[in-house]
Structure formats: C-alpha cells, structure tokens
Ligand binder design. Structure first.
Ligand code: AMP
Length: 575
C-alpha cells in the first residue's frame, strides 16, 4: 500500500542513508522508500535524495547558504551567539541548521509533504526582480517554521544541493534499475535521453510500469516526435551533451581515433541544444537548464527547418559590433535571463554555430555514425541558413596540423577531432571526440580562498583550486592563484564565495565546491604538500566557467596525464 508522502519520512530515510556505508545498502534503502511512495512523490524524493531541488531543466533556486542561515536564525530566540558557535562546529551545513532549530522552544508537529516542499521550491525559483531576496526569504521562513529540526536539516541540504550521504546520481540509477527489475545499462541509457532523475523514476516506478512504456523509454526512436519522451508537464527533456576527452596533439588524436576523422574549430562560447518540437522550440544549456526565452534569435534562426523537428547541438558565441567574438562573460549575461530580453538582444548580439544533429523527423540519431549525422546536419543548415563550425576532413595528419595552426592563428582556442564512425554518447567523455587545445588549461573548482591583504584587503583573492578525483568524486587541491581577475571580478567572486562558505580558519574561507574556473598554468610539478602529490605552477584564472558544473571539472587523472605529457616534451609558456 502507498504511504502518505510526508517530508518527515523522507528525512528519516535520509538519516538512515547517512549512517550506512555500504553502497548496496544505500541503494536498497532508497529503492524501498521510492517504491512505497505514490509515483509523483517518488519522483520528487529521488531528486531530493541526490540534492536536486527541482526537475533538471527547471530554473535554479539561487538561494545562498547565508540566506538560509539568516532565515533559520529568525526562528530561534536570542539567536546571535549560539548561531555562530554552531556554524563553526557542525560537521556540515545541514547539521548546523538542525542544531540551530533544536534551540527553538518547541518543535512543530511534522506536517510538510514532499509535494508542498517541491511547490515552495518551484515558487522560489520563479522569483526574480528587485524584491526577490525578501520574497524568497518569506517562503523559506514559512517552510522552516513548519519543519522539525531533522526536516530542517534535509531541507537545508536540498537547498544547497549537498546531501553528503553517499547517494550519487549513478547509484540512484542502479537503485531505479533494481526497483524496475531492469539492467543498469537500460536505465543509464534512458537517463542519457532524459537526464531528469525524477522523470526516470516516474517511468520505471512499479505503480506505473507496463512493458510497453518501459520499452518506449529505453528505445524511444520512432516515438520521439509523438512526444513519448515528453514528460507529463508536456516539455521535452534535454539529452545530455556528448563530452570531449583531452588529447595532447594532432598526432595523438590520429593515434587514438585512427585516420578517419574530421577536425573542427573549437569555438569558445557556450553549448546549446536546440529542440524543434511540435510544442515549439526549446533551447537547453550545457547544464540542461532551459534557456529558450533568453535566446529568442535562436528560435528564429531554426524556423525554416522547424517542421523537420531536428535537435541541434551547437555553440553560441557573443559578438561585438564588427562581428568579432567577445568575452565569454558577455555571453553569460544573456543566459538564463528572462527580463529585458529585447534590450539585451540589441546590446549583446550572438551567433550560433551548429556542429551536430541528434534527431530529425522524430528519429533519434545518437546511434547513427557522426559522418551520416553530419550529412543530415549540412542539409538542414543549408535550408535554414545556419552556420556550421568550420571543419575539414583532413587527407593526412599534416593537413590537420595546418588546419589547427590556422585555428590558433585566427584566435580559436584549439580544435575538436571527431571520428567519422563515432556514435553520439550522451553525457560521456567518449573516445569519439577529442579536444586539442593550444594553451595548457584545466577546469578546476574553487574549494577555499584566503582573505587578501594590502590592495586586496576585504576581498577573497587567493583561490585554492581543486581537481576531481575520478574514483571518489572528492575535490583535491592542486594549486592556488590570485592571478587573472580584475578588481570587479574579485568583488563579485568574494560575494559568490561567501555565499558558499562552510567554515573559516585563520584567514581562509572554505567553500562548497561549486565555482568552476578555467586555469592556465606553466607546468605541473611534484609537490608533497598537495594531496595528489603534484601542483600547478604559475596558475592564472582565465575565466569563470558558469556553464560547467563541478562534476564536469577536470580530474586528477587528467592532471597526471598532463604531467606525464610534459615529462615527454616540456614546453615553456610565456606568462
Ligand atoms: P571543454 O568545454 O573545454 O571541455 O570543451 C568541450 C566543449 O567545446 C563542448 O562542450 C562545446 O561546448 C565546445 N565546442 C566548441 N566547438 C565545438 C565543436 N566544433 N564541436 C564540439 N564541441 C565544440
């Protein structure tokens, strides 16, 4: 029988998960809980369990830990002193909120439901404009006032998207597979096609499951156009973008991919996925947020081929008055905006380059070789007047090297090498696409920052940079830098990092690993002071990668590979 989906039950299950160390048991406990819930609630609970407040392609909440803390303090009498103490001594932010809520004179009777919590979070995500902070706090106050201390703990964790009970998205997929009696591979494929965990749970939940539906979810090709992939909300889900693995040179790319490859300019902009569907055009960012309203000119650009219902993969760049590419930050001003679009559109024009097509006329093409997809792409681009990323199919490595040199001379950051026979592997850094970049750069995550002195007094200005351990997912420090940012950037970064603060010790603020930065460096050297035994020398921040999530940051394995590469062929980079 289905249970009432109370938020209290959810919190209790999470508490159990937190005390379990076996991955298998964690997955089992999660499944047992989800299977007992009504299907809509199971979807919400699955997202919450991995620290996702809302469906994948919905707007983000934009609530800082600081704002949550302030709200909770309001609920506690004589709150100032114990608040500070708790904040520094608790294991994590969720526990700090729990301890603080225990200081209330009385606990409320548990009454929150999963549905209510999600609706409140959705309402918060909708708020924008002048008075938004106050309006968001009001909703939060309403939620926390009704939450028990334990519920408050998990509410806070969901809000800051950090559950810390070892239930990763991958493990959750395994759990869903076991709930549905399907193989993990099948569920992972369904997840590639619709990255929202909640919708996957809905599809494979015991109470909705029927063979026909499951088969359709795993193999949606012919039904795509009919809207089978469209969730109940009537919106299509984005496909996880295929990722590129780094390669050290054109020669290396030929060694890895073989001779049958294409080389394309690597455009330095932001990834977009454009779905032309019967319900209209939907545009998704690399992080799978829907940004349709922010980029109306893209919907116009694809109008001529709309009836073919293509899904395009491409890159958007911001251009200046003379059509030249301008800084990435300018482009980011356009992303995720919903107000003043017409003005922004005039102020900051954009250009779209398409480089792949993932579906046409309802047929999914991810299992079609890249060469064939490219032929279809060319036809569609010609019809619509869309621009393709500059590309050659080189006759020899020498041709490719010349093309690469031209790309660099023209100011591009490098090239992409793509095997003609490769399939589109959503979400995976497959061996089909390689990126060959000119500069030595890594995408790293800021895990801490030091308060500056002298001219940088009052700013968090020395950043501790971390790479992701590919096995444990942990962020391990690999260097520090205070170079590369302007005064305005320092100010903005200080604000962002303070909102992510988890602890402070002797002038160093430790933060949740959320901010990804692209870092240039001269070389990697052995250093026993760092956990991976090596560190970057002369690191400098090139840009803040707001389009990348911390999970997409470069790994310690890439760092090692780069280290090995430089042993073979040391290169001196001008600072
Ligand atoms: P990176 O962000 O450094 O990991 O490099 C991969 C990204 O390069 C992709 O996610 C795209 O956003 C971008 N990109 C630029 N040009 C191309 C291209 N021709 N083909 C594929 N991706 C490209």
């Amino acid at each position: 029988m289905e249970e009432v989906a109370s938020f209290r039950d959810f919190a209790l299950v999470c508490q159990d998960l937190g005390q379990t160390s076996s991955r298998l048991q964690i997955a089992q406990a999660a499944v047992d809980f989800l299977a007992r819930l009504p299907v809509e609630d199971a979807a919400i609970a699955a997202r919450f369990m991995v620290g996702r407040p809302l469906p994948q392609n919905e707007r983000r909440l934009q609530v800082s830990g600081r704002a949550i803390w302030r709200v909770v303090l309001q609920l506690v009498p004589n709150n100032e002193e114990p608040g500070e103490e708790i904040f520094t001594s608790a294991v994590d932010f969720g526990e700090a909120v729990e301890l603080l809520l225990r200081l209330r004179t009385a606990e409320p009777v548990p009454s929150l439901t999963l549905g209510e919590v999600e609706r409140s979070l959705a309402a918060i995500a909708e708020i924008e404009g002048a008075d938004s902070r106050r309006r968001k706090s009001e909703i939060l106050l309403g939620l926390f006032a009704r939450a028990t201390a334990l519920e408050g703990k998990y509410l806070a964790k969901i809000l800051i998207r950090e559950m810390r009970h070892g239930l990763s998205e991958g493990l959750m997929l395994d759990a869903i597979a076991s709930m549905a009696g399907r193989s993990s591979a099948e569920i992972r494929r369904a997840h590639m096609l619709d990255s929202d965990l909640g919708r996957i749970v809905q599809r494979f939940h015991p109470s909705t499951i029927s063979t026909a539906q499951v088969d359709a979810a795993v193999q949606p090709a012919p039904e795509l156009a009919a809207g089978l992939r469209e969730p109940s909300a009537g919106r299509p889900g984005p496909i996880r973008p295929m990722l590129a693995a780094p390669a050290t040179s054109i020669t290396a790319a030929f060694e890895i991919l073989g001779d049958n490859l294409a080389v394309e300019y690597k455009l330095d902009g932001a990834r977009v996925q454009i779905h032309c569907t019967p319900s209209g055009v939907h545009i998704f960012s690399r992080r799978l947020n829907e940004i349709t309203e922010s980029l109306p000119e893209i919907s116009e650009m694809v109008a001529k081929v709309h009836k073919e219902q293509p899904i395009f993969d491409g890159e958007v760049i911001a251009v200046g008055a003379k059509g030249e590419a301008v800084a990435f930050q300018e482009l980011m001003r356009r992303f995720g905006r919903r107000r003043g679009i017409e003005r922004l559109r005039a102020e900051q024009p954009i250009r779209l380059f398409v480089f792949d097509v993932l579906a046409v006329r309802g047929e999914l093409l991810i299992d079609t070789p890249y060469q064939r997809r490219y032929e279809l792409l060319t036809e569609l681009a010609n019809t619509a007047g869309l621009q393709l990323a500059p590309r050659i199919v080189p006759g020899s490595p020498a041709d490719a090297r010349e093309f690469y040199a031209k790309a660099i001379a023209n100011g591009y950051e490098g090239v992409m090498a793509k095997a003609l026979a490769s399939l589109y592997t959503p979400g995976a850094r497959g061996r089909g696409w390689l990126k060959i970049k000119h500069a030595r750069t890594l995408d790293l995550v800021i895990v801490a920052a030091d308060w500056g002195y002298g001219r940088r007094h009052g700013w968090l200005s020395n950043y501790h940079l971390a790479a992701r351990d590919s096995v444990t997912g942990e962020f391990l420090e690999v260097g520090k830098t205070f170079k590369g940012l302007s005064d305005d950037d320092f100010e903005e970064m200080t604000r962002r990092l303070q909102a992510l603060k988890v602890a402070e010790h002797r002038g160093t603020v430790f933060v949740r690993p959320e901010v990804v930065v692209e870092v240039a460096y001269s070389d990697i050297q052995r250093s026993p002071r760092y956990p991976v035994g090596m560190a970057l020398r002369f690191a400098r921040i090139l840009k803040v990668r707001v389009d990348k999530s911390p999970e997409e940051a470069d790994t310690t394995a890439t760092l090692m590979a780069e280290y090995e590469r430089q042993l073979v062929k040391p290169i001196k980079l001008a600072q």
